[in-house]
Design a protein around this ligand. Sequence first.
Ligand code: PLP
Length: 388
Amino acid sequence: MDNNKRYVYADNAATTKTDPEVFEAMVPWLTEAYGNPSSQHTIGREAAAAVADARERIAGILGCKPREIYFTASGSESDNWAIKGAAHANVKKGKHIISTEFEHHAVLHALESLEREGFEVTYLSPDRDGQISPADLEAAIREDTILVAIMFANNEIGSVLPVKELAEVAHARKITFFTDAVQAVGNIPVNVAELGVDMLAFSGHKIHAPKGIGVLYCKTATRCFNLIDGGGQENGRRGGTENVPYIVGLARALELAVERLSDSAAIAAKRDRLAAGISKIPYTFINGGMEHRLPGNLNMGFEFIEGESLLLWLDMYGIAASTGSACSSASLEPSHVLLSIGVPAEKAHGSLRLTISHDTTDEDIDYILEVIPVVVEKLRAMSPLYKG
Ligand SMILES: *Cc1c(COP(=O)(O)O)cnc(C)c1O
């Protein structure tokens, strides 16, 4: 096996490759069509029309009104805006928020910041499969609960949560429901009207648009403070001249992602082939349930191995993967997501997340399945704990 004979990108939950069609749609707005959408002259009006058109297409796909779509600079910004904005706008009703232990850090750290201000947060525990039950949410609701923030799909183990049922529980008690749908949008069907959520966040770079563009859906009449005071952009709620090329790119990326939802079964079949192949290696296990799971997500545990060493070796063989969330990979703490679903700390250390996309080929899967057993054997041979 030659090192670097192939390059396989299997880290699509961390970021995705910008689709050439998305880039192509953006180019005019990065070059000759440089107008400011607030300007009254022709190129300004053209830019305003492009932003309005993108907003309409995105709203059409998500099932909401165009004015309920707010462009931001990232999924993290959308998460922070929704959580802090809704908490601050509802503070007269109470200071209690309900979320989960396995949210993305953009949500968890926004909640911690609110806790420092005096808000109280209940963190629900997911089960082994990575599910949150509506009954657990119901039981956690108090008189002073003002906000529920529960993710749509987990970024490490890919579990897809029953957001519609969870939102119903919150609404029966007149509580605002926000969902971080950064991993869900583009990978599974998402329609805010059907789901009944009040706020929803997603991000461009997870759906083959570039990094630095996000969306917050905020239903009309949802109480949420404005984010940036400025020139009246985004309905006066987030000032700052619009990022026209990225907004145009995001709309194209979302359309392409929705067209490609028909590939889901094929992507899941490739993922299942990876799972079956890797499971043949002794002392391996799958993290999270396989039933309600994003089609491209696999998270495997390997006993007697450090996930970081596995990653480095895979990288030498040209395979890009992750131990879990890219944001926490600099720390050596075991993943808070794996701990939350009950994986013991020592087993959580040997985890590997492989996230594939529509552009992952059968040959890519073959190559991963060829390399992993070799690398695992090498690392276990060096482990003092492994007896073979
Ligand atoms: C990637 C991700 C985010 C953050 O989005 P950025 O655009 O990178 O800020 C938030 N939540 C989840 C679940 C994610 O996977």
